[in-house]
Ligand binder design. Structure first.
Ligand SMILES: Cc1cn([C@H]2C[C@H](O)[C@@H](COP(=O)(O)OP(=O)(O)OP(=O)(O)O)O2)c(=O)[nH]c1=O
Length: 192
């Protein structure tokens, strides 16, 4: 019998990415969101992903493999999560436009088997370069509604592609899940 794979996420993008690479999985979103902001970006996303995966793993019977993930944007050492308001989104886009930033996605996989649980954490970083956006373009973009549920207030896979000049690293990592690394880790665990 194949191991059940459970995605502990409400993100439609993460679902699309797992479907894209041909995995069979179930979805059980976690509501956990808090972590210590004093951490380095890679550690922060790993911790946030662990909170989500552990939250769901506690209510799932073995055997199963639970995946949690978290994505943040980092600009000049400043961490940008999801904007709380349109004003905050405008501020984030004003920072990001015309400059390069890093996107970190942390992933936690919890393998529940009969006698022991294994927990694996990793984080991937992708560098994204934004072209210039003037104030009216920022307003126009916010009016699309796209920024509000996304780290750094933009979606590379959407309208914001207009302004993405270059990407260094795994593109899918920016959208919310580094699927090539994830696939490799699932193979190592013997799940696939
Ligand atoms: C930078 C960027 C982020 N995002 C998304 C990925 C994540 O869904 C979101 C960051 O929020 P997260 O807190 O990582 O995830 P989420 O709340 O959407 O889902 P869950 O916690 O249930 O797993 O931003 C894009 O879709 N495109 C982008 O270009």
């Amino acid at each position: 019998m194949n191991t059940r794979i459970i995605l502990a996420s409400a993100s439609p993008r993460r679902r699309e990415l797992l479907t894209q690479i041909g995995l069979n999985y179930e979805v059980l979103p976690s509501r956990k969101e808090e972590a210590s902001k004093a951490l380095e970006p890679a550690e922060l996303v790993a911790e946030l992903s662990a909170l989500k995966a552990e939250d769901i793993a506690s209510s799932i019977e073995a055997p199963a493999l639970i995946i949690g993930a978290d994505t943040i944007v980092c600009h000049n050492g400043r961490i940008l999560g999801k904007p709380q308001s349109e004003e905050e989104a405008a501020g984030m886009l004003a920072l990001l436009q015309g400059d390069t930033h890093q996107v970190y996605t942390g992933v936690t996989m919890i393998q529940k088997s009969g006698n022991e649980n294994r927990e694996i954490h990793f984080a991937e970083m992708t560098e994204v370069e934004f072209g210039p956006m003037d104030e009216s373009e920022i307003r126009e973009y916010i009016a699309t509604g796209e920024p509000m549920d996304k780290a750094g207030a933009y979606g590379i896979q959407g309208f914001a592609a207009r302004y993405i000049v270059s990407v260094r690293g795994d593109y899918s990592n920016v959208v919310g899940l580094p699927v090539a690394r994830l696939y490799g880790e699932l193979k190592k665990l013997g799940v696939l």
